[in-house]
Design a binder for this molecule. Sequence first.
Ligand SMILES: Cc1ncc(COP(=O)(O)O)c(C=O)c1O
Length: 454
Amino acid sequence: MNMRQKKFLLQESELPTQWYNIQADMLSKPLPPLNPATHEPLKADDLAHIFSLECSKQELDQQHAWIDIPEAVLEKYRFYRSTPLVRAYELEQALDTPAHIYFKNESTNPLGSHKINSALPQCYYCKQEGVTNVTTETGAGQWGAALSYAARIFGLEAAVYQVKISLQQKPYRSFIMRTFGATVEGSPSMSTRAGKDIITRDPTHPGSLGTAISEAIELATTTPNCKYTLGSVLNHVALHQTIIGLEAEKQMQMAGEYPDTVIACFGGGSNFGGIAFPFMRHNLKDGKRTEFIAAEPNSCPKLTRGKFEYDFGDEAGYTPLLPMFTLGHDFKPANIHAGGLRYHGAGVIISQLLKDGYMHGVDIPQLETFAAGMLFARTEGIIPAPESSHAIAAVIREAKKCKETGEQKVILFNLSGHGLLDMTAYDSYINGDLNNYTVTDEEIAENLKAVPQV
Ligand SMILES: Cc1ncc(COP(=O)(O)O)c(C=O)c1O
């Protein structure tokens, strides 16, 4: 009988009760966000006119390595955590690789992705601070769905701006958001000044995370008792997502292995930071030499071809200036199906870690990601979100290298979500209707001209 163990789960008593704040352990600290008008560093109170005060404090906290997870959030986490750590034996076999491949399956909660891990604390803190309404942006709708659910259970009203092209490609997640009681509007829309300006400039604009963020911030800052919540990019979002890596660390111990390589897909950095930071602390503090790889679309290559600059986090320029690897805040990404990766910039912590050589990016063409998603589905039986398939494609590249060299590397990746509501994309791939998109150096250089001079 085959006794190999495929799945590792934690007991309730073993669940982490704190998040890990990597900023405290970083040797070169991330640069501060700046006020766009004065270029002065911002304090938590300045950020708190957009975000909850607690998230604003977490955003700038460079001192405390461990931050308690509130009991009310832990209680909700217990509904679906721990998530399984799974050894991908079938994928290994199909690739005929000596590598050991593990994945952390964040697709098992009812919302279908890792996004719920930050939606819960963000809504909890808003509620604690007397906020009644929250706004947000969403790409493919994973974050919007998670936020709508979290808002509902903490008694908040939610308004979501979903990237127009994604709303058209995949309407089902907007139905989920509305089922939880949120209002959903395609971005750019005519309901905000930012949206109207964008449509005036370009009536066929398909929308991007940058346009949806502008609209959501505008609504939050012009509505009493309303805060903006974000599903990616920011330090506090990655902080909440470290629950993934902290669990995975214990589960890898149960498996008796430690990762040589950690991989995740990359939109703004929250699932990457979530799985990577707890392991990276051992590189920073204990001399471990794990390699960290972030997989981005080659049509939106901020990590591999962007520039490290202070830039806005949104299209209209409503956010503070953030020090980030960017393609320029009005970069208009191609209409790839991985809607959650269509973002022009990388989070501040990750940008600093990339600059300092603790991690690197790989850019992957759309068709390779779908081929990887198909192979994963046919071996492991889980249909991955198109975003997550970027990680799988990067894993396959690494596993193939191991086959060539004979190295028995331990590879851990984050399966950030399932793709069961992305089936039109898979259908198009199977029918041969999908394309690769590339962006030229000239287009990137042209777009970077819009980055403010700091
Ligand atoms: C399933 C999934 N994975 C990954 C991402 C990318 O976001 P992040 O880089 O913050 O993890 C998204 C964003 O919408 C997503 O829905």
